[in-house]
Ligand binder design. Structure first.
Ligand code: PMV
Length: 326
């Protein structure tokens, strides 16, 4: 009994994954154009896995009001599908191999990343869970393996994702991302400050991506041109960041936002926050992620960031995050 208790205490593993924000190139990235994204360390998903004397795999995820045993969930449930991907064999077998008799697992999942808002909440939960489960079974896993599993899960739930969310979060680094190509990170020549404003409207990325696809099919030339212009912006943005001239990003954000409006993925609420940020002295602003709701970002001088954040709250933002990109 004593041993069992010790092994129970020893067999608690924790893992955490940060959120992310897309700086430039969303939507066009689905069509093989480059996009830039960075981790947002102020928000994170946290997973704890521990052995339990009761048989079964119990998941406790209060943020989404989920308190269930794995077998009671459909196999395509976002959390069940991650667990089943990491453990192709029945998990209790692995536990028996570890001398834990008929016991089971408790999995606790919490997150400070708002859901469906462009901050990568789904990918962060998947990644923290993949790492925690692998570590629980003492199976080393590389960032690249974590990234591939998380991408499978994203495809399962989001249709045709570019893979940018899982890549930034799995590697926890700024990335210059082109779908299907090896990961490229980039360095910042000079730190800069981004203010993130949340409309509080949860908007499934799958829908805006589907709508853009329908429009692209109907008017391919026009949309290909929009994507090319966005790609150009992403390229110049990367150069500006690397060469230590981040102040140039403001104008690029404004241009990117105008193109996202052409793609029909902005919304009155996003436009209102973008305008409020600019009026409060931001150097530029744009929506970020799938659009229609979720978050927008603004480039601000460090000294201005707080007043830009306040202006966003006055214009209806549900919350703001000030983050330094270094
Ligand atoms: O809404 P988010 O942050 O998950 O971003 C989606 C980004 C898109 O380019 C719209 C879709 C994708 O898969 O890249």
């Amino acid at each position: 009994m004593g041993n069992r208790r010790i092994s129970h205490l020893l067999s608690l593993v924790k893992s955490s994954a940060h959120g992310k924000i897309i700086l430039f190139g969303e939507h066009a990235v689905v069509y093989n154009r480059p996009a830039l994204a960075v981790p947002v360390t102020q928000v994170h998903a946290d997973v704890e896995v521990s052995e339990s004397p009761r048989a079964g795999i119990f998941i406790d995820a209060p943020n989404i009001d989920l308190h269930a045993e794995l077998n009671s969930l459909p196999a395509d449930h976002p959390i069940a599908s991650v667990i089943l991907k990491v453990f192709p064999h029945p998990l209790p077998l692995s536990l028996r191999e570890r001398g834990w008799g008929e016991g089971g697992l408790n999995i606790s999942i919490t997150s400070t990343i708002p859901v469906a808002s462009g901050l990568g909440s789904g990918a962060a939960v998947s990644i923290a869970l993949i790492r925690a489960l692998s570590s629980f079974l003492s199976r080393p896993i590389t960032d690249s393996e974590v990234n591939s599993i998380a991408f499978e899960i994203e495809k399962f739930h989001h249709g045709t994702p570019s893979g940018i969310d899982n890549t930034v979060i799995a590697y926890n680094k700024p990335v210059y991302f082109i779908k299907g190509q090896p990961i490229e990170t980039f360095k910042t020549g000079k730190p800069f400050t981004i203010v993130i404003g949340d409309t509080g409207i949860s908007a499934p990325t799958k829908e805006s991506v589907g709508d853009v696809r329908r429009l692209w099919l109907r008017d391919t030339n026009t949309f290909e041109n929009y994507f090319n212009e966005i790609a150009q912006i992403a390229l110049i943005a990367r150069r500006s960041i690397e060469s230590g001239r981040p102040e140039l990003l403001g104008e690029l954000m404004d241009q990117n936002h105008a193109l996202l409006q052409c793609l029909t993925v902005s919304s009155p609420e996003l436009d209102k926050l973008v305008k409020a940020a600019r009026n409060a002295g931001a150097l530029g602003a744009k929506l970020s992620g799938g659009g229609r709701g979720g978050n927008m970002i603004a480039l601000a001088e460090q000294a201005q960031a707080e007043s830009v954040a306040q202006a966003l709250m006055s214009a209806g933002a549900k919350r703001t995050i000030i983050t330094e990109i270094t």
